[in-house]
Design a protein around this ligand. Structure first.
Ligand code: UDP
Ligand code: MG
Length: 310
């Protein structure tokens, strides 16, 4: 059993593989801990797996997993935690945005007894203006409505003690918002700030809509407020409608009928129609997620694994 399992998800990162290991090795050697490197090729369409294989020829501590297709980063991390055999695991991006030089600081805290060490980004300079705006908005909303407290700037660069790995592995849900799950299980935790580096090469796998879906996955996994909010809005709208109804009745009784009223009718119809569609959509979002859980499909399939002692 190694001391450390480093979990690295790869999606079309062929150009960066060599650089990554070149940066990782000096850091790991200095640590004087035994380690394994679990590399998960998340359905890359480029030469990532071949490049990883080449690395393994030089170092048997590199273990390889090839996913049957692109299951997404959360699935890749889930798989990595399932396969990790170390006393602790470190998950990090493979595009060198998470600098390996931070690892000793994470390990230091772990050796001092912290069970979960989060590397949190000091800045978002490497992100575009719009992405920064939306991630800030996401964290703000998440902070307000979610049942858990996630450290601001927390990504998937963290160290988890064996106890935490086992806890996260025991969670049965398929909707795997890893940062949330890792926070939810509890345990003694601490943070280490770091500066995000620009991507070493290649391109980010996340476009706006994928991030949006990811954000809602996170929110819906850890908050039911978007569902419950409609009860209160419904009640408020109904109260207003009753009051208005009373007013209209009295007005008609006292002054008789007057035909004009197009504006108020239209406003009422449009407002209520909009609210109903919105709340239906919200219920649909949750229902869709319940549906995924009920189907109980595995989170990922492995096409090939090398180095896990089979
Ligand atoms: N990644 C993955 N599967 C995916 C998308 C991304 O394993 O479907 C990996 C990717 O190779 C990288 C990490 O997740 O190591 C972060 O992805 P990326 O750099 O594209 O995201 P960003 O840094 O822009 O948030
Ligand atoms: Mg990146």
């Amino acid at each position: 059993m190694p001391d450390l399992s480093i979990i690295l998800p790869f999606h079309n990162e062929a150009t960066g593989v060599r650089d990554l290991f070149q940066r990782l090795y000096p850091v790991l050697h200095k640590l004087e801990l035994s380690y394994e490197l679990i590399c998960i090729d998340d359905g890359s369409s480029d030469a990532t797996f071949a490049a990883l294989r080449h690395e393994r020829e030089m170092d048997q501590r590199i273990k390889l997993v090839r996913m049957a297709r692109n299951f997404g980063k959360e699935a890749a991390l889930t798989c990595g935690l399932h396969l990790a055999s170390g006393n602790a695991a470190i998950t990090m991006d493979s595009d060198l945005q998470h600098p390996p030089e931070v690892i000793p600081e994470l390990v230091k805290k772990w050796q001092d007894g912290v069970e979960m060490v989060y590397a949190i980004r000091r800045n978002r300079d490497t992100d575009s203006e719009t992405r920064r705006f939306f991630s800030r908005a996401f964290y703000l909303v998440f902070e307000k409505i979610a049942d858990i407290k996630m450290p601001e700037g927390a990504g998937d660069f963290c160290l988890l003690d064996r106890k935490v790995i086992d806890a996260v592995n025991s969670l049965p849900e398929r909707n795997r918002f890893m940062k949330g799950l890792v926070t939810w299980v509890g345990f003694r935790r601490d943070v280490v700030p770091f500066d995000v580096a620009p991507r070493a090469g290649g391109a980010s796998s996340w476009d706006f809509f994928r991030l949006l879906r990811f954000a809602f996955d996170g929110l819906s996994s850890f908050s039911t407020l978007p569902l419950r909010i409609w009860t209160w809005s419904g009640a408020a709208v109904s109260l207003i409608a009753i009051a208005y109804g009373l007013y209209l009745t009295l007005h008609t009784v006292i002054y008789g009928t007057d035909v004009p009223g197009y504006a108020s009718v239209m406003v009422g119809i449009l407002l209520l129609g909009g609210l109903q569609l919105l709340s239906l959509g919200m219920i649909g979002e949750y229902l869709a997620r319940v549906f995924t859980e009920v189907k109980a499909r595995p989170v990922y399939f492995i096409a090939e694994r090398i180095g896990f002692g089979e």
